[in-house]
Design a binder for this molecule. Structure first.
Ligand SMILES: C[S@@+](CC[C@H](N)C(=O)[O-])C[C@H]1O[C@@H](n2cnc3c(N)ncnc32)[C@H](O)[C@@H]1O
Length: 267
């Protein structure tokens, strides 16, 4: 398969990537046939995936605006994905032009495309790193050179923690990040759940599991646990469409259709 100019050298074009599948659900163009084929299989089981992903992005935008309204101007977005409409720095800057955003992802296409989008922008940075190594992220020149960790930061873990197995101890990773952040910092989380419209999946239907990136569904209680040490703002951990809907919100129907939980906490 020929590598298009936007794809960094060395990436495996024969295996689907969760970042590029997500880009496909959202209507982006940074994906390959191998990603689209896997995404189509996932859509057979979860036809609402594009609507769920749009609801996830809409939650992220509302949460970023809420953080800016709380006076926070620094953002650390881990598992930031392939840039698409309404990126964190665009939403934050619209509310406060001083906003600084560090993007972190382990996917090379997400990183390369983020670098292309923010080239020459001194108030954004991009780092290729794994959330399972939070100390490396915090100490990296990209993050520590851009964000003043003595001041509040909004930490976005949006649709990423469900790619961590229980054996990765995601609660310890979040606690490590929390303990480094200054008081007044915010935690913004969304997370897949099987407590919504789609219950537990039969194993052979689980495309993500078959491709080696299983989606770990967690309960509302488990998602609330990520907010230990933070005060949850109203309405707490709720389905994506229920988190402070605004005039732009267009998610219709039963909130359980959006099989993901969302929450916002302040340290
Ligand atoms: C579903 S996308 C979410 C993108 C964005 N946060 C959003 O909600 O629109 C999940 C992203 O998490 C990234 N990711 C998954 N596991 C990761 C890990 N261990 N470390 C860093 N990034 C990870 C994937 O590469 C992908 O870009």
């Amino acid at each position: 398969m020929e590598r298009p100019a936007w794809a960094p050298p060395g990436i495996d074009l024969t295996r689907p990537s969760v970042a590029r599948m997500y880009d496909y659900y959202l209507g982006g163009s940074h994906n390959f046939e191998v990603d689209r084929a896997a995404a189509r299989q996932a859509l057979e089981v979860w036809p609402d995936l594009p609507a769920i992903m749009r609801a996830n992005r809409a939650f992220m935008r509302r949460a970023v605006r809420h953080a800016v309204a709380c006076g926070v101007t620094q953002f650390l977005d881990i598992g930031s994905g392939i840039p698409t409409f309404g990126n964190v720095h665009e939403v934050a800057r619209a509310a406060n032009p001083e906003a600084r955003v560090a993007y972190v992802d382990h996917d090379p296409v997400a990183v390369a495309h983020s670098q292309a989008i923010i080239a020459g922008d001194g108030r954004t940075a991009v780092l290729q790193a794994d959330i399972r190594k939070p100390a490396e992220i915090l100490q990296s020149p990209e993050v520590s050179g851009l964000l003043d960790l003595e001041r509040p930061v909004a930490l976005l873990l949006v649709a990423v923690l469900h790619f961590l197995q229980d054996a990765d101890h995601p609660e310890e990773i979040v606690a490590h990040l929390r303990d480094t952040l200054a008081p007044g910092s915010c935690l913004i989380v969304s997370h897949a759940t099987d407590e919504g419209q789609y219950g537990e999946l039969e194993e052979d239907k689980d495309v993500y599991k078959r491709m080696g990136s299983p989606l770990i569904m967690r309960s509302r209680h488990a998602v609330e646990r990520f907010f230990d040490g933070f005060s949850l703002v109203d309405p707490g951990v709720v389905f994506l469409s229920e988190w402070q809907p605004d005039a732009e919100s267009e998610e219709a129907g039963d909130p359980a259709r959006y099989s993901g939980y969302a929450g916002f906490g302040i340290k």
